[in-house]
Design a protein around this ligand. Sequence first.
Ligand code: BMA
Length: 816
Amino acid sequence: MYKQSLAGAWQFCQVGTEEWLPGQVPGGVHTDLMALNRIPDPFVSDNEKRVQWVAEKDWTYRRTFSVSAELLAEAHVQLVCDGLDTLAQIEVNGKLVGRSENMFRQYRWEVLPWLRAGENEITVTFKSTVQYITGREAQRKLPGVGQAIPGGPWVRKAPCQFGWDWGPMLPPIGIWKDIRLEGYSVARLEDIHLRQQHNDGKVSIHVGCHLERWQPGTLTVHLVVTAPTGEKWALDSLVTGENGDISLVIKNPQLWWPNEYGEQPLYQVEVSLLDDGRMLDNRQYRLGLRKLELRQQPDAWGESFTFVINDVPVFAKGSNWIPADSFPTRITDQSLGFLLSSAVASHQNMLRVWGGGFYEDERFYDICDQYGILVWQDMVFACSVYPLNEAEFLENVRIEIDQNVRRLRHRTSLALWCGNNEMETGWENWGWGRPEVNDLKEAYDRFYHHILPEWVAKLDPDHAYWPSSPSSNTPFKDTNGQEKGDAHYWDVWHGRKPFTAYRNQYPRFMSEFGFQSLPPFKTVQTYASKADWNMTSYIMEHHQRSGSGNGLMIAQMTDTFRMPRDFESLVYLSMVLQAEGIRYGVEHWRRNKNRVSGTLYWQLNDCWPVASWASLDYFGRWKALHYAAKRFYAPVLLSIQDEGQRMDVHLTSDLPLPWSGLVRWQLVTLSGEVLQSGQQAVSLEPLASVKVCSQEFNLSDEQTRQVVFASELYQGDVRIASSIATFAPNKHLMLTDPGLTVELCQEGRLAEITVSAKTLARFVELSFDGADVIFSDNYFDVPAGWAMIIRCRLPEGWSQEQARKALKIKSLYDSF
Ligand code: BMA
């Protein structure tokens, strides 16, 4: 085995011109042109419009390389392209090597005949996918996404790169993953199927190898498994043909658990292919040992939809993941790690890799394995009709699915394969069912209900397959129902229903629901200049892709809050509104966890700076929703169910052990006078949700605007949660200046901030001028007389004095 990387410095040129410019591989035309200042940053202002031409042209990348004598001495040299985006023709020394037509596939071509000693040249010429899909779409129109360049489904490329209701129309072009030469003479490990089976407390690890081989003879597959404790097992197996198997039993396995259900111990698995002791090929994995089941059992409401790990039913707390950048080659280890660790910090245990993006790269699943984030994996098809009746298209998809299922099936974090996003519901509910697309409905039915499940069952018998999200698993029937399967609930937002409508929903698993906000003001400032700081300005609407989304935000905002006094207050209110809405839903579904088995809010992250449903913005800034998620996804949740003047206090536990603590409540005026109060010790069963107490009040109309119901949860002496419910909408509360005070103490880089108020301060926002800081909590309530202690890590080198000066605080009162 001999590998030579071809990544690094290349040159690129627009086809039809002669100017060769320096480019990067992995990379793409847009980012290369940006680096050269040839195009403006498309994320700023409306520059996106000015760079549309880039994706409408064809482009060539080239580089020279010399091949080492060792590589030329191998009997076979393969050019391996992990990702070409998308329609490419590859030549080595002027000879055609191959063509690509799918950005999700790895391509491997024999190139030895074209290589020579000394200098060689490789060129990769990309045809414009925009031109291609426009041509196909002119021949046959496919129902699809309104906010995208039409025709995306004709090509196997991340659908959202052509535009989405949160994404720009900026389809990248280029060599987007690693590219290299690999030389072999005897054999290589073509595929490994790593499986685990749990029996009587033991785990057997099974390694199935498939070899590509060029010489007969006996080879050895050598397996080494290393436990987190350092204990090692090694086994050999002789292979004379193309397949080899090894099994190993681990007697006292350390089990892997989702985030907060236990630890995530990972076993190292190394598989080597040897020829007389000489290493031919080698693969390494990290494997968590866990039992996984999607439990679908008849019950009082229909059929459950519960992920069960190591026999423990897990309430899935999470969100939907979209590509972290419109130009994915810019996603660094650090930014990816930050987004995923932010999900973990808000107690999430599941992410849905949504089908409008791409199958994520190894780094993503590595981090999910490491942190205990379960992955609901969609196949890459979304919200459109695809030409699944065309043999060539289907064959292209078959290879893509084959490769990606083989690549990911061993992943500890992988929980489910799902056929697509919102296509079955599209056929049922979006008026696609016109006679002229009947052939494609049949093709859909065949593919998602027969072909794909058969492929998946054969390639990966260890994971459940789900035809579409949402689906009831009964083709085209009740796709978004409450009895069986998963549901997407969009009547709040697209349907303009109030947040209270969430409480009428009891899906078995809520895989999407969401509400938009603007991104934090600092982020708005990266794309809009002062003249555009207005909700309906041209630029603010350009960075809003959901129809009349800005209007929807304003409408719900004025249901809840007073008219904001200025643009910055509007940005703040939009975030608080989003956080309140999603909290309202999640608390309800967690209270009903015996019926609803999970909530994945739409969406965790953004791919550019935009108004969207995300809780983390493009730069990774935590919006109010992300802080709210940290509260509403806490392992023990304190929530108040308000019904007119009746306040019910609930506790919901996701802890696998019993828990006990104390609940306190008070009816209190905005200025802190306690009118009534009570407390109750609680012992919670593992994984239980209970109503702790119920109080009915009889307040006058005026009193409803002057008092609130506040509840606290104590573990020992420590208040671990608090929650406030109002009797009147926030906009009608008789709030006065809360006279907020802050005290900041610093030890090293850690700061402790104590916030107190003279009268109730709602949704208190802390921030530092000149620095992005994540606080232990933010957008929280401070009732009169309480002290809230918040911690954070200050930027390197900041003095206490500097931090005090830069600290800014405001609350709802300051917004009107
Ligand atoms: C669902 C998702 C996305 C979309 C979101 C917001 O349809 O699957 O397609 O971005 O809602 O409209």
